[in-house]
Design a protein around this ligand. Structure first.
Ligand SMILES: [Zn+2]
Length: 138
């Protein structure tokens, strides 16, 4: 979703001054997760305009791909990349498929169980909901 809406997210982040940017990014992520959770539960599609309105971004979405693109990454773009990548890779619980809030506690799960010889290595680890990690894997 964020990938599809990358230009919009970049615009939302870059239209923010430095002081407000961190909280803006946090609000954006929280609102996106809330909205996507509703989408998962009810089938109501996430509307990026609604998400941006909820965090106080005013005005219509512009086609920022029309804007001049620089060759180097500026600070705003770097933030957008971090959001984009963390959203793609780490925002869903691999056990239940539900979204994981960055502010929630996480549990570190062995992909291959210890009793089956799984080691405490990064490649054998994954972040999951604490609740999901408390059950017995089939
Ligand atoms: Zn889970």
């Amino acid at each position: 979703m964020l990938v599809d809406q990358k230009p919009v997210v970049m615009a939302a982040v870059s239209n923010t001054n430095k002081q407000a940017r961190v909280s803006r990014v946090r609000d954006l992520l929280a609102e996106l997760i809330r909205s996507l959770t509703v989408e998962t539960e009810t089938g109501t599609p996430t509307n990026i305009q609604d998400v941006l309105s909820a965090i106080g971004v005013q005005g219509k979405i512009l086609d920022v791909s029309m804007m001049k693109t620089k060759q180097n990454f500026d600070e705003d773009t770097k933030i957008a990349i971090v959001i984009q990548q963390s959203w793609q890779s780490a925002s869903k619980c691999p056990i239940c498929g539900g979204y994981m809030l960055p502010s929630q506690s996480v549990s570190f799960d062995h992909k291959t169980r210890v009793r089956d010889g799984g080691l405490g290595t990064a490649s054998n680890g994954q972040m999951v909901h604490p609740f999901c990690n408390s059950g017995v894997k089939s």
